[in-house]
Design a protein around this ligand. Structure first.
Ligand code: THU
Length: 161
């Protein structure tokens, strides 16, 4: 029998009007960003809004392609834009919102495994937490941290050179 270890996942759930000003803005921006999604294949619209240390907010939305795997999630569209245009800038928070086409209500947003891995890479480099604000149905928002969403993450530290 192996020795049991317990991994604790920490998150908080808020009603949207309990968020502070900048978080409220960021969530609104993520919701706006999903309107620029190009999602003719899934009809699933995702928006991401990323707050940088200098106060800039970078938006991303999912961008699909007829060759399906060539498309990219909203989170990675925003993060790679930051890597390319704001290299080294600390990322403070990421808000994500998702909605199927023509839906009135937001559905649960939770970054896919590949996006968690990409967020972790930046988080690992900056050695500072990145808060995730994940829009949920019923005007709720889950607040968590990258390391909580990707336990036992694989990072550059594991790659021996
Ligand atoms: N998608 C995102 O943009 N972010 C996520 O966190 C989950 C999924 C996109 C990918 C694809 O364009 C569509 O949602 C359906 O999977």
């Amino acid at each position: 029998m192996g020795r049991k270890i317990k991994y604790e996942f920490e998150a908080e759930i808020f009603n949207i009007d309990e968020l502070n000003e900048i978080e409220t803005i960021l969530v609104c921006k993520a919701k706006e960003a999903l309107n620029n999604a190009y999602a003719p294949y899934s009809d699933f619209f995702v928006g991401a809004a990323v707050l940088l240390e200098d106060g800039s907010i970078v938006l991303g939305s999912n961008q699909e392609n007829a060759a399906y795997p060539s498309g990219l999630c909203a989170e990675r569209v925003a993060l790679f834009h930051i890597g390319a245009n704001y290299p080294g800038k600390v990322i403070l928070k990421i808000a994500v919102a998702a909605k199927p086409k023509n839906a009135i209500e937001y559905v649960q947003a939770g970054p896919c495994g590949s996006c968690r891995q990409v967020i972790f890479e930046y988080r690992n480099n900056q050695k500072q937490p990145i808060n995730l604000l994940l829009v949920q149905p019923d005007n709720e928002v889950i607040k968590t941290e990258v390391n909580d969403l990707l336990p036992f993450a694989f990072g550059k530290n594991s790659l021996l050179k």
